[in-house]
Design a binder for this molecule. Sequence first.
Ligand SMILES: Nc1nc2c(c(=O)[nH]1)N[C@H]1C(S)=C(S)[C@@H](COP(=O)(O)O)O[C@H]1N2
Ligand SMILES: [Mo]
Length: 203
Amino acid sequence: MVFEQLTERKQREREMRNAGRLPPGQSLTLKWPVLHEGDVPAFDPQTWNFRVTGLVEHALRLTWAEFMALPMTEVTADMHCVTRWSRFDVRWEGVLCSEVARRAVPKAEAKFVMVLAEQGYTSNVPLADLMRPTSLFALKHNGEPLPAEHGYPARLVVPHLYAWKSVKWVRGLSFMAEDAPGFWEDNGYHMYGDPFREQRFSG
Ligand SMILES: Nc1nc2c(c(=O)[nH]1)N[C@H]1C(S)=C(S)[C@@H](COP(=O)(O)O)O[C@H]1N2
Ligand SMILES: [Mo]
């Protein structure tokens, strides 16, 4: 049984490598590891809000009801963690980052975004990367509401960057002119984090 699982995993891993979808130094996991600093925060729909600040024409403060009323999109994408596991064809459902940005209207000088989460976790992402049609605030994973430990009620997903940028329990965005390090970037991780270029740590 264990042997069969290993074989299935190895076969799928080879398939993904051949398809150019397994970044260097990564291996396939069939599970969904849980990785984060600190505790799983509680969610109160009465007090939860999503705030957009910084270099935008319209600062936003959306309630949970307002956030859920935004248009929903489905994105199927791969997930790569810097600790060397990758998952493939994950189906996310939620609000595209571009939908939120469109309402806030970034100023011309806004080039980077600090993503803000519960308990002070942050990560920086270039605005252009957030505007891609695969970057979203996911509310569902493979058709089910996000499990608490994976970011319920909402998490950012930026599938083309290492998953430390895919901020769980996301609460807001701050638009900036210059790049600035978030939590892991401040602790030696790469400012951009492209898994296909193995941008794990800063130089
Ligand atoms: N708020 C928050 N988001 C976070 C983290 C964290 O510590 N806090 N860890 C990141 C890291 S390092 C990874 S690999 C992914 C893991 O997501 P998962 O636990 O759903 O697999 O979440 C990212 N998002
Ligand atoms: Mo990670």
